[in-house]
Design a protein around this ligand. Structure first.
Ligand SMILES: Nc1ccn([C@@H]2O[C@H](COP(=O)(O)OP(=O)(O)OP(=O)(O)O)[C@@H](O)[C@H]2O)c(=O)n1
Ligand SMILES: O=C(CO)[C@H](O)[C@H](O)COP(=O)(O)O
Length: 432
């Protein structure tokens, strides 16, 4: 069988869309999104519907809402949930400070849920004076990763063509089977695509399609683009999307979603030296080693003045101290992060690196007294606020090879701690 054709040939419409994106054109018409989240997630085999399953201390639905909240040209977000999940949904909105979200009741099938959401946008549900959108984006609540650029492509194509949807190449060949369970025929894979989300529609097109469609469509249908074609004669523009559009369907997909989030949170770290020369030397060496491990590292002396801006960036933090514990400094850092609400949506990592230097420059080997206990206490409190504090101790060596090895070890440990974000290891003082 042929492999699916990879994207490459741009139509005139796609070229125009790319120009829009390149020029960062503003969307000058109202756009809303409907996130159907009223399913039970049977295929995960879990008791909790997948949209409410939690990773990194936050339910999946909150990640999806956040994705759309970040898009400045989307005016309203409608989340459709089963009646019994209404309180839970309101609690999530409150806990994670989501704004501009209207919650409506779902139906017994995905199409019924989506129609409820679409209807709410023109019927002033929720006591709001919402403007009926020109374009409505429909996106499964269990597809948390979609970029603004791609949403813009779908939105502009929907406005021009009436409907637009994301597609992906098929990964397996589709075959038809006989009633007896034998091969009937197989489809030519290169001719087909998987239909994904997001999809976009001129509001009146999808509204009318749902008004006109049959009970059988509501009960068994799985494709909104098909309804637009069948009931409104609107043929959708199909746009190849990235692999991250995949739908969380099985339990393993939740682990995959968690690892995507962890990867995006682990791009960068900020090393705070406190200004000492030895700490700065170590910080610069860590910067080189961690960059080689694909982590962007900034070195600053403190978090005062202009450098206080680092607190609001999606950095992870490494605090170096020489021959003294800097718990008060780490404590100040914790308070500042809490004040900036930095750990509301994602756990933040702070690694305290304790550099032990003896007077004569030789390795000091005395144990650290009460530090490990104090460190555990600090980390236990921080974890309640979604901040993960770890410690690494190393001894300075004048011998270049030994010193290089220790620095390398601290770099590797720091990258691993930042990437894994394991709550179980907080408060540990690891030895490099
Ligand atoms: N009555 C329904 C059924 C599904 N959905 C939503 O439609 C999206 C995609 O559907 P699917 O992956 O099939 O979700 P579930 O129906 O929950 O999963 P399953 O088929 O495994 O039970 C999900 O966000 C789901 O919550 C919905 O809003 N209302
Ligand atoms: O992507 C789709 C729309 O074209 C799927 O049909 C949609 O996600 C429904 O999921 P499922 O049929 O697996 O419940």
């Amino acid at each position: 069988m042929d492999r699916p054709v990879e994207p490459g040939h741009f139509s005139a419409c796609e070229a125009r869309l790319d120009k829009h994106i390149a020029g960062r054109c503003s969307v000058d018409f109202p756009v809303a999104v409907v996130l159907p989240a009223g399913g039970s997630g049977e295929r995960t085999g879990l008791l909790t519907p997948k949209q409410f399953c939690t990773f990194l201390n936050r339910p999946l639905i909150s990640y999806t809402i956040q994705t759309f909240e970040r898009v400045p040209w989307i005016q309203s977000i409608v989340v459709v949930v089963a009646k019994e999940s209404l309180d839970l949904m309101m609690d999530i909105i409150h806990r994670f400070h989501h704004r501009n979200v209207l919650v409506v009741h779902g139906g017994s099938t995905r199409h019924r849920s989506i129609f409820n959401g679409v209807r709410a946008l023109s019927e002033g549900e929720g006591g709001t004076d919402r403007v009926k959108p020109k374009v409505v984006i429909i996106h499964d609540a269990v597809r948390p990763f979609v970029e603004e650029d791609f949403l813009l492509k779908i939105t502009m194509a929907a406005k021009e063509q009436g409907a637009a949807g994301a597609i992906r190449p098929l990964v397996s060949t589709v075959i038809a089977t006989t009633l007896e369970g034998y091969l009937d025929h197989s489809l030519e894979r290169a001719m087909y695509r998987a239909s994904e989300m997001p999809q976009g529609f001129i509001y009146d097109v999808i509204y009318q399609a749902y008004q006109r469609c049959s009970e059988s469509d509501f009960e068994f249908g799985t494709e909104c683009l098909h309804l637009a074609l069948q009931y409104c004669g609107t043929n959708a523009k199909l746009i190849e999307g990235p692999p991250t559009l995949w739908k969380v369907t099985y339990k393993r997909d939740l682990a995959a979603a968690e690892s995507v989030v962890k990867e995006t949170l682990s791009q960068s770290a900020c090393v705070v030296t406190g200004g000492s020369a030895q700490a700065t030397e170590l910080a610069n060496a860590l910067q080189r080693s961690m960059s080689a491990l694909d982590m962007e590292v900034d070195v600053i002396s403190d978090l005062m003045g202009d450098d206080a801006k680092s607190l609001s960036k999606e950095w992870n933090f490494i605090r170096v101290s020489v021959n003294s514990s800097c718990f008060s400094e780490v404590g100040k850092m914790l308070s500042a992060l809490e004040e900036a609400d930095r750990a509301l949506l994602h756990p933040v990592v702070i690694i305290w690196v304790y550099l032990n230097v003896s007077e004569d420059g030789l390795s000091a080997s005395e144990p650290m007294g009460g530090e490990p206990a104090a460190m555990m206490e600090l980390a236990t409190g921080a974890k309640l606020g979604n901040i993960l504090v770890y410690g690494i101790q190393l001894h300075h060596s004048k011998e270049a090879t030994l010193w290089g090895r220790s620095v390398e070890k601290v770099a590797q440990m720091s990258c691993a701690l930042i990437r894994d974000r394991s709550p179980a290891l907080t408060g540990q003082l690891l030895q490099a």
